[in-house]
Design a protein around this ligand. Structure first.
Ligand SMILES: *Cc1c(COP(=O)(O)O)cnc(C)c1O
Length: 467
């Protein structure tokens, strides 16, 4: 067989040239990246990555918020290989099922809050949120209230990148391309105290109640009989690790209950131990009717997503719904489900949720709190194994840098150069390391974070950007 694809090991430049010639990356300025060249990641172990030049990098973002059990876990690798050999694929459309999909459905019912006894599988978080839209509208149809169509979400939320996912999300840059959001999706302001509460002179908890109140205002404005559901991430991830005040979610729950509106918790990042609880809604005191999951369900080893369906909705769909005309070729993919089962059992065996809750979560919080004294840091937030640092020009007044300086990107550049993956969302530096991280590794990570902050500060001072 002739092939034009070269299979011999290549140099970094050769990889970069082929990448630039053929691979359109997600959320990327194609021309700018082609000019610069991608970093080629070739292998990984535990919390570390290696690039094609042999540099070792501490992955403080768990890939893309997903590699919760760390890289190189034998149990997941073996589960995939075993399942591929036995039955690489069969669908769940033709009144059939496969053992891994059934086992995973059962296991998910066990580890999720008690109202969840059913699951609908998808291939990703975005698809899971498409399912959410289909399902909540179908629910109200079946109940004879087809006018209940509108789903309320928040600005600066992230719910994926399909038409429905990007519409549910509140990213202005995404809505600006392709005529989004689709009809029937509206947004309220996010519970981001640093952005929206500070200048009002409110304390965090007072602001949390106010931010939840925006939901009630929106419901009254639209008419409760038009509103199907509210969706939110327990902690906004891609928006910049925005940890809501503790008062927020219980008040959201109260408002949803008052108007009979469905509550959807997008647990794609917060699920499977990230917050120090199995699911973020448990940390924040909400009882959702639907939960979207993906990422951490397989620790990213293979793609899988889905929606946990609470009894309130499941009973209606099952008892009165007839056919639900929705599903994906890979709903319940046996290899993905086998890996998810192995992943969840490993989380249980290693007691990773307890590890985050009792040990490394509080330790990370303590270490990050100590950064609050750094001249560049205006606000520090942590929740379980997620953390954010707000970079500011003037610490005493909390003045932001002007956005064209791209201070976050300056800092991210130093992280890249010093073997640390930390992400910049505007001027908010964020991390979400693998849940298997140890205290000693947190120390190692914090030394890199400090070094990168110091280098960024030196840059800003040299340029005259501070104060
Ligand atoms: C990543 C993410 C999604 C989308 O998941 P994909 O698998 O990328 O489609 C949805 N919701 C949240 C909260 C996410 O972080």
């Amino acid at each position: 067989m002739n092939s034009t694809v070269d299979r011999s090991p290549r140099s970094t430049q050769q990889w970069q040239a082929a990448d630039a010639a053929h691979f359109l990356h997600p959320f990327t300025d194609f021309k700018a990246l082609a000019g610069k060249g991608s970093r080629i990641i070739t292998r990984a172990d535990n919390i570390y990555l290696w690039d094609s030049d042999g540099h070792k990098i501490l992955d403080a973002m768990s890939g893309l918020w997903c590699v919760n059990v760390g890289y190189g876990q034998r149990a997941l690798i073996d589960a995939a290989a075993r399942q591929m050999g036995e039955l690489p694929f069969y669908n769940a459309f033709f009144q059939t099922a496969t053992p891994p999909a059934i086992e995973l459905a059962e296991l998910l019912s066990e580890v999720t809050p008690p109202q969840f006894q059913h699951v609908f599988f998808s291939g990703s978080g975005s698809e899971g949120n498409d399912t959410v839209v289909r399902m909540v509208r179908r629910y109200w149809d079946i109940l004879g209230q087809p006018d209940r169509q509108v789903i309320i979400s928040r600005h600066n939320a992230y719910h994926g990148s399909t038409m429905a996912g990007a519409s549910l999300g509140g990213m202005a840059g995404m809505h600006a391309q392709g005529g989004l959001p689709i009809p029937g999706i509206v947004h309220i302001q996010q519970p981001h105290w640093w952005e929206h509460g500070r200048e009002l002179g409110l304390d965090r908890e007072g602001f949390g109640l106010m931010a939840a109140g925006w939901l009630e205002q929106k419901i009254l404005e639209l008419g409760a009989d038009k509103v199907a559901a509210f969706i939110g991430e327990p902690v906004q991830g891609a928006g910049g690790v925005i940890v809501p005040p503790d008062s927020y979610w219980p008040e959201i729950q109260r408002i949803c209950d008052k108007y009979g509106i469905l509550l959807v918790s997008d647990e794609v990042i917060c699920g499977f131990g990230r917050t120090g609880h199995w699911f973020g809604c448990e940390r924040f005191g909400a009882r959702p009717d639907l939960m979207t999951f993906a990422k951490g369900v397989t620790s990213g080893y293979v793609p899988l997503g889905g929606v946990m369906v609470g009894d309130r909705i499941a009973r209606v769909l099952i008892d009165q719904g007839g056919d639900f005309n929705h599903g994906y070729t890979y709903s319940g993919h046996p290899v993905a489900c086998a890996v998810a089962v192995a992943n969840i059992r490993l989380i249980q065996q290693l007691k990773l949720v307890e590890h985050v809750h009792d040990d490394v979560g509080p330790y990370l919080a303590q270490q990050f709190a100590a950064l609050a004294g750094h001249p560049l840091v205006g606000e520090v937030q942590t929740c379980g194994l997620m953390a954010a640092l707000q970079l500011v020009k003037d610490k005493s007044k909390g003045t932001p840098f002007s956005s064209e300086l791209e201070m976050g990107m300056v800092c991210r550049g130093h992280c890249f150069g010093n073997g640390l993956i930390m992400r910049a969302v505007g001027d908010r530096m964020i991390i979400a390391p693998p849940l298997v991280i140890t205290r000693a590794q947190i120390d190692e990570m914090m030394a890199l974070v400090r070094r990168c902050l110091d280098l960024s500060l030196a840059d800003a001072q040299r340029q005259g950007w501070m104060g």
